[in-house]
Design a binder for this molecule. Sequence first.
Ligand code: COA
Length: 295
Amino acid sequence: MLHQYMGASTSKVSSLYVVRPATMADQAAIRRLLIYSWRTYLPCGAHWLEQRLAAGDCWVMVERGQEIVGLIAVLRRHPEVISIVAAAVCNGLPATQYARMVLSCAESHARRQHVHRLACLSGAVWLNEALDAHGFQTCEHVITYGWDAVPFSVAGNSTVVVERARQGDLRTVAAIDNQIFAPVWHKPYEEIEYVLGRSAYFVVAKHRDRIIGYCWSEWDGTHGHLTRLGVTTDWQGKGVGTRLLTEALSEMVQAGINWVTLNTQASNLRARRLYERYGFRSIGQPTPLLWKELG
Ligand SMILES: CC(C)(COP(=O)(O)OP(=O)(O)OC[C@H]1O[C@@H](n2cnc3c(N)ncnc32)[C@H](O)[C@@H]1OP(=O)(O)O)[C@@H](O)C(=O)NCCC(=O)NCCS
């Protein structure tokens, strides 16, 4: 579907912009836009964008049928939520003008799929202002925690077994993730599968062969990022989260990591208490999660 917009005009020659679905053939032009624009949003890395392109969940804003001047990509995390996972606008084009077109397009896409909520977790001021002007509201903040690694012992529930996750565990991990995280934070199965192949550390906690928790993290040199930690509802408050956290941190220390970061929701008091108990301290500015109810 094409969305047309005559550039509102202070300029003498008004430009015709069109938003259309992106194709794999647009990849080089999209890369150029991402390199040269100072207003980009690509929090999860370029591979996400490629996946979104392949899935048909990416649109480009084109000027005069030629140059790509804007981009938006979305991910359906859950039947109820579509997240914006990439955005960019070329230098010189007002973000409000870009937003009016591409966000309308993303909204139409969501409505066609009967999804009633569009969300975006972004620390990009230009994007947040544009979202705000388009009716999005801040509904949560995400905090980043940092920890200067020090040697310590594994703690928590010692009756569970913590072992490397295997391909066959992933459907259960995805189901638990669905159960314990609000829709806006869901990781689709495909992403969890992608993570298994690439993360430095991915474990599950088992009780009598039943998976009751999981944890994965990414490492790069001396920096580790604990990406996900979860425990089934019926096992929460029994030391499994403590066990998974301390196992992960202790592996990182042994691997020579000296700085660990992680993110959590400001409202997630249980998780925050757990992290703070192990010496994590909040760093930087909280990142807002904005969303819009489409009605
Ligand atoms: C956050 C989360 C991972 C914590 O895991 P957990 O297994 O519930 O954590 P623990 O049991 O180790 O610790 C939680 C509480 O139980 C207590 N506890 C620890 N060991 C215990 C034990 N052996 N028996 C009973 N209670 C215990 C802790 O003191 C802690 O108390 P507090 O919440 O009052 O501070 C889990 O609640 C969860 O999966 N939540 C949903 C997903 C989520 O929010 N993930 C983290 C976001 S990044």
